[in-house]
Design a protein around this ligand. Structure first.
Ligand code: CO
Length: 461
């Protein structure tokens, strides 16, 4: 039997409609989703959290609690960027531990933890906290291809992370570049060396996702990530129903309830069509794009680059930028192109092309990366590039968060008039500007409502 993690409530809408599913759209169907027999529902992560506060005027914690109230049988899963939590920089250990604790308290069962650079030092605090507070700790390896990212590299890394205490291991192919035969070989070797369950996460961007899943299944993968069809395909995951039917009545049968699945398809089809009509779902996102295999660039990054260049009226430079990306990446020691590194490499590539001089303009984040402030690069950055980017500034060799002092007391004081609880505090710590705006607005609305009730009561009296 192959288990299914349904991603539509996190990666599915993140990949296709810029993470704009509203809590109400989720809550209306989530009880039904609980009856399908999924292994887990992926419901929370960096973009979902950010988008709630920034665009939807919703409290991400409230969303999680409301989902938890309605989902009794299925585990709830979130994606966590290790020491970066849901943000783009390292947080001190006390904040990481508190965030993990509160995520579990508010309803998360499985925490998928990854580090963009596969630097396991950046995973440790989140892993230990997940285990301390009783969560299922899934550690993900960020899959990418390069001359150093061989199958041996990933097998050795997986052995390390199993030793760290992973309850399961995920191959996180965030760019959708894991090809079917490579998946077969990788999963086969992992099954020989690893005892905990193996999960595979890929994207359908290049059109290979379904084949990759099938080969991984033949090699013995335990769990795969799929999205209900209206939120599948293109830059999202392969469709849940496609895998369900492909495996039906075989030894890999997913044991999902096909009838309930049907109802869910119907529900999301209507929502998908509405987003198509409003333009939030760009049909381009649904198109097969084998170029990501050619350029080894994740789909999300491709669309970011496109819109960045469109805005600057330089769309004619698109191909040049795409060629520049792998060059910058190689010079920076082959970091996997995942948030936040993908944005950083993309921006550097754009600047290199736009200014007609490589590394003439260098974003601070790239300098920090070269200084080791994000962790250890898979391959050491060459002396020449290093000097070009940071001159003779020092490179650190210890865990970046070792430099960070505990922050809880400080933010508690800073937000004492605003934050009602630790959840609010964490929102403010992670997304200061948007969370402060959101909480101010939220509590103001509540005050007005209370006033109205008082007036109403007076009238009645
Ligand atoms: Co993904």
């Amino acid at each position: 039997m192959v288990k299914i993690t349904e991603t539509s409530l996190r990666d599915g809408h993140q990949s296709l409609i810029a993470t704009r599913l509203k809590t109400s759209e989720i809550l209306d169907i989530v009880e039904k989703m609980d009856q399908v027999g999924y292994h887990a529902l992926e419901v929370w992560g960096g973009a979902t959290f950010d988008s709630c506060l920034r665009f939807l005027d919703e409290d991400p914690w409230e969303r999680l609690r409301e989902i938890k109230k309605r989902v009794k049988n299925t585990k709830l899963q979130m994606l966590l960027r290790g020491q970066n939590l849901l943000g783009y920089k390292h947080y001190p250990d006390d904040i990481v531990e508190l965030f993990v604790k509160k995520s579990i308290e508010n309803g998360i069962d499985i925490i998928r933890i990854f580090d963009a650079l596969n630097d396991i030092r950046n995973l440790k605090t989140a892993v230990d906290a997940t285990k301390k507070y009783g969560g299922h700790c899934q550690i993900a390896i960020s899959y990418t291809t390069s001359e150093v990212h061989t199958i041996d590299y990933y097998v050795n890394l997986s052995v390390e992370i199993e030793k760290m205490g992973a309850d399961s291991i995920c191959i996180k192919d965030m760019a959708g570049v894991l090809l079917p035969m490579d998946a077969y070989n990788l999963v086969s070797q992992l099954k020989e060396k690893i005892t905990v369950p193996i999960e595979l996460h890929t994207h359908q961007t290049s059109g290979t996702g379904g084949m990759t899943y099938l080969k991984a299944i033949e090699a013995g993968v335990d769990i795969i990530d799929t999205a209900i069809s209206p939120f599948s395909g293109g830059t999202s995951q392969p469709a849940t129903e496609s895998l369900y039917y492909s495996l039906l009545n075989t030894k890999y049968d997913t044991k999902l309830n096909g009838e309930v699945l049907n109802d869910i398809t119907e529900y999301f089809t209507k929502i998908r069509n509405d987003y198509l009509k409003s333009g939030l779902l760009n049909p381009k996102a649904l198109m097969t794009n084998p170029n990501i295999l050619k350029y080894q660039v994740p789909g999300g990054m491709l669309s970011n680059l496109m819109s960045q260049l469109e805005k600057q009226g330089s769309f004619d430079k698109y191909e040049d930028v795409l060629k520049e990306v792998p060059r910058v990446r190689a010079e920076l020691g082959y970091p996997p192109l995942v948030t936040p590194i993908s944005q950083m490499v993309g921006t550097q590539a754009v600047m290199n092309v736009m200014t007609n001089e490589r590394y003439k303009v260098i974003p601070q984040e790239i300098k920090d990366y070269v200084k080791g402030l994000y962790g250890k690069a898979p391959v050491e950055v060459s002396m020449e590039i290093r000097e070009r980017i940071i001159g003779n500034e020092k490179v650190i060799t210890y865990r970046p968060a070792d430099d960070l002092l505990p922050m809880y007391k400080e933010i508690k004081e800073k937000y004492k008039d605003l934050a009602k609880n630790d959840e609010d505090l964490l929102s403010c710590a992670l997304f200061p500007q948007v969370a402060v705006d959101f909480i101010t607005k939220r509590d103001k609305i509540e005050v007005i409502e209370e006033d109205e009730i008082i007036e109403f009561n007076l009238l009645m009296a």
